[in-house]
Write a protein that binds this ligand. Structure first.
Ligand code: PRP
Length: 182
C-alpha cells in the first residue's frame, strides 16, 4: 500500500506487524491451551489487532468489547478515564485476556484492570501490540507485548488521530503539520 500523504514515516510495516501477531498468537496458544478465556477488546483502537490475532488462535474463546476513553480528540492523554460501554458477558470465575492496541501512560489499562478485578475473574492478563514505555505515568504489568515504540504520534492499524487513519495496514508517524493545522 502507498504511504498516506499525512504520514511522515512508516514505523512498522504490514509484514512486521503480521509476523509479530503470529508470534504473540503462538505464545497465547501455548498459555491458553485447554482454557476457554474471554478476550476483552478495548474499543476502538484494538479491533484491527483483535481481528488478526483471533484468526491465529487455536483454543476456544469468547470475544467481548469494552469502551473507555482517555483522549478527548487530542494528542495528549487527558488523564481522565471514562467507561463508555461495558462488557456484555460476566467474567466471574473466567480467564480474561485484555487486548489493547497501545499502552502509553498506562492510565487506561490500570483503570480497566482495577475495574475488571472487582468482578472476580479467575485470571486477568494483558496483551498489547505497542508499548510506549517512556510515557508511563502509572505502572502496569503487561503480559504480552508486540513492539516497544518511541514517543512519536503514531497512527494506523487501529490507532487514530481524530478518528482517522485506523484503516492504514501499517503503523506510521503522523506529520506534525497535520496535528498542528487541525
Ligand atoms: C488509546 C488506546 C488505549 C489508550 C492508551 O485509546 O487505544 O486505549 O489510548 O493510552 P494510555 O496508556 O495513555 O491510557 P483512545 O482513548 O484514544 O480511544 P480509541 O481506542 O477509541 O482510539
Amino acid at each position: 500500500m502507498k504511504k498516506h500523504p499525512d504520514i511522515e514515516e512508516i514505523l512498522l510495516t504490514e509484514n512486521q506487524i503480521k509476523r509479530k501477531v503470529g508470534e504473540i498468537a503462538r505464545q497465547l496458544n501455548r498459555d491458553y491451551k485447554n482454557k476457554k478465556p474471554i478476550i476483552v477488546s478495548v474499543l476502538k483502537g484494538s479491533v484491527v489487532f483483535l481481528c488478526d490475532l483471533i484468526r491465529k488462535l487455536e483454543f476456544d474463546h469468547i470475544i467481548d468489547f469494552i469502551s473507555v476513553s482517555s483522549y478527548a480528540n487530542a494528542t495528549e492523554s487527558s488523564g481522565v478515564v471514562r467507561l463508555l460501554m461495558d462488557l456484555r458477558e460476566s467474567i466471574v470465575g473466567r480467564d480474561v485476556l485484555i487486548v489493547e492496541d497501545i499502552v502509553d501512560t498506562g492510565l487506561t489499562l490500570a483503570y480497566l484492570k482495577r475495574n475488571l478485578l472487582t468482578r472476580k475473574p479467575k485470571s486477568l492478563k494483558i496483551c498489547v501490540l505497542l508499548d510506549k514505555k517512556e510515557c508511563r505515568k502509572q505502572f502496569i504489568k503487561v503480559d504480552y507485548v508486540g513492539f516497544t515504540i518511541p514517543n512519536k504520534f503514531c497512527v494506523g492499524y487501529g490507532l487514530d488521530y481524530r478518528q482517522l487513519y485506523r484503516n492504514l495496514p501499517y503503523i506510521g508517524i503522523l506529520k506534525p503539520q497535520v496535528y498542528r493545522r487541525k
